[in-house]
Ligand binder design. Sequence first.
Ligand SMILES: [Fe+2]
Length: 262
Amino acid sequence: MRLVHSLRNDPDSAPVFSEEDHSIWNTLFVKQLPQIERWACRDYLEGFSLLGLNEDGIPTLEDLNAQITPRTGWETIRTSVRYTDAVPWYHYFLDRKFLVTDYLRSRDELEFTPEPDLFHDIFGHLPFFTLPHYAKLQEIFAPIFLRTNEKYRDHIKRLAWYSSEFALIREHGELKAFGAGLISSISELSSVMNGSVPLLPFTIDNVIPHDKSVWSHNDQIFIIESIDDLIYELERYFESLPKVSEEVEQLTTEELLRDIRD
Ligand SMILES: [Fe+2]
């Protein structure tokens, strides 16, 4: 069954960001640029340059999609929901749609925000979505998440959290930031890269016992060796999980807009 598209990028309904919003984007961008040039992984930096992000202000999704969709088939979709629940989130993923929230942090939260905002979504995640081998990684989560039971959904969320959001990757013997949560967090990126957080190899057995640290910095970070290794590790595990249904249930518009805080 196909997803019912409840969200559209209608230019007439796009939010108008204030001068202060664009100025916050500029401040975040200027603060984080030297850190990512120093610490972000090669793939991220390649995608960053392809995507053409800059300090001038919040980019339009139209401009972002012009760089992303021809390369990987993924598309960004705007949502006014601040923190989308994992079930609708993965429904959009199944359709290669990445939701970008309209919410932007305030000046009090420049260094760290527990709530993913549009700076996290755009600056942290979207450069990667210009790269076909990264898109392939993101395409393996939704099919199993939407068919397995609650216990294993929780495991999948942890595996996504400690890989796509917060992992480090080894490059030529050096550790670089891979996770979008790290890349978009001024304080957590510097804390991890300065050696303040314990590190372990990313394996299923290492990650699953660790719950997500949504409201504070993570007290454990995991290292992947390569995207191909990560896909191999995840696929092996996903294939072993029980499927409660073969078909993915279609959601109502209301369910697709479910906020995690409901
Ligand atoms: Fe994220």
